[in-house]
Design a protein around this ligand. Structure first.
Ligand code: ZN
Ligand code: ZN
Length: 444
């Protein structure tokens, strides 16, 4: 009896896993066919978005285009999420887990340098100033890729075991209409705060980023920390204005500022454990003084603090604050230090990364490499904090080009080799189906 039951269970498990494998494979076959078939539409959408870029929180045209396409696929669509974001839900006919796929829609205040017929001539308003706008980070590609993936998955609804949620988020690069003050949030963070990950609650979240300097169609990934946290550092040093010929009559905030910059270099080099992950503290602006013979009343500096670990990040904040305040005090000055947490570190869930690696290999036809830590930041981190996340890089530099000479993301010469985009579609669509079939087969 006992043995019969074990045999039965074994047989059922075998059948289930075989069925799971079969459906996973047939889903992949369908994704491959459809991705190829949809390529002209994918490129058309990408070029349209590229010619009409919009800055963070002003993605009106883009979100309308996205919502319209998603509605035409018969998905449940919610607009106006986190201002201009769009969320769509695809409920498969069979029970199963929930996965979320994410794309960002915003562009940058950069003037495009290219001869492409769909090059951007767009203008926008960045912090009250008229600026040129360009999709210099490739978010046009992300949006077009996710729309194609959604279309393929929507066509598989009848056999899909579970739910797929699509996040089209605004303002990944930050807002274009206000300076972050720590209270106002944007993009992914605002979407999470509005509860998009509560209902339905995803069991995993996936995203990708097109990346210059990586061969077109290659996928680069990391397990664990992948992109840095990025926090704004703002310093005001209060001195006492006086004649520069009689410095002893005042307090010189410029000298204190110089000592502060040097002192800040010791925070990472002398006080931070760099045995697991690096950190960065950089000063980017200094403003103070009006005339060569006047010691000014105050000095302003701004900078950035970056790390890959939550604990190290908090220690950096307190060490930076202490260093600045005590150096100012030693010079008889006073320093106001403001640190604004903008982006969390993007951390790929190690178990999920390992589990989905075969999917990445299938999607990129085995051209998958481990990438280096990225000093930039991503607000995908806020999604990956709520559910196990995996964020990968998709190479977009032509294969016959010297990779080291590719104009990087955010550069006016940033270029996307469009042959890579279909790999992006295969990647996001198959991450969703492999996860759903993989988890449905074990009886969830
Ligand atoms: Zn960017
Ligand atoms: Zn980006």
């Amino acid at each position: 009896m006992q043995l019969t039951r074990i045999a039965q269970t074994l047989l059922l498990t075998l059948v289930a896993s075989h069925a799971g494998a079969a459906t996973m494979d047939s889903a992949r076959t369908r994704i491959a066919e459809q991705a190829q078939k949809l390529e002209p539409e994918l490129l058309e959408t990408r070029r349209d978005l590229h010619a009409h870029p919009e800055l963070g929180n002003t993605e009106k045209r883009t979100s309308e285009l996205v919502a319209k396409q998603l509605q035409a696929m018969g998905l449940e669509v919610k607009t106006g999420v986190a201002r201009t974001g769009v969320v769509a839900i695809l409920k498969g006919a069979l029970p199963g887990p929930t996965v979320a796929l994410r794309a960002d829609m915003d562009a940058l205040p950069v003037k495009e340098v290219s001869d492409l017929p769909f090059a951007s001539k767009a203008k926008g308003t960045y912090l009250d100033k008229q600026v040129d706008v360009m999709h210099a980070c490739g978010h046009d590609a992300h949006t077009a890729i996710l729309l194609s993936a959604a279309k393929i998955l929507a066509g598989m609804r009848d056999t899909l075991p579970g739910t797929v949620v699509f996040y089209f988020q605004p303002a990944e690069e930050g807002p274009s209409d206000f300076i972050p003050d720590g209270k106002n949030t944007w993009g992914a963070k605002m979407m999470v705060e509005e509860g998009v990950m509560k209902a339905p609650k995803p069991d995993a979240v996936f995203g990708l980023h097109v990346w210059a300097g990586v061969p077109a169609g290659q996928i680069a990934y990391r397990t664990g920390p992948t992109l840095a946290s990025s926090d704004d550092l703002r310093i005001k040093i209060h001195g006492k204005q006086t004649h520069a010929g009689r410095p002893w009559d005042g307090i010189d905030p410029i000298t204190v500022g110089a000592q502060t910059i040097v002192g800040l270099q010791t925070v990472v080099s002398r006080r931070t454990d760099i045995s697991s992950y690096p950190s960065v503290v950089s000063i980017g602006t200094i403003n103070g003084g009006t005339r060569y013979n006047i010691i000014p009343e105050s000095l302003d500096m701004t900078g950035t603090i970056r790390s890959y670990d939550y604990g190290i990040r908090q220690k950096l904040h307190s060490d930076v604050r202490q260093t600045i305040e005590k150096i100012a005090e030693s010079g008889g000055a006073k320093a106001d230090v403001t640190i604004i947490e903008k982006y969390d570190p993007t951390i790929n869930n190690p178990a999920l990364t390992e589990k989905m690696l075969p999917t990445l290999k299938w999607a990129a036809k085995d051209d998958v490499v481990q990438g280096p830590l990225v000093g930039g930041a991503e607000d995908f981190s806020f999604f990956a904090k709520e559910a196990p996340g995996l964020f990968v890089f998709l190479g977009v530099t032509p294969r016959d080009q010297d990779m080291s000479k590719a104009a990087p993301n955010h550069n006016p010469g940033f270029y996307v080799d469009e042959s890579a985009l279909v790999v992006g579609v295969r990647t996001l669509a198959s991450l969703a189906t492999d996860y759903l079939y993989g988890n449905a087969a074990v009886g969830k």
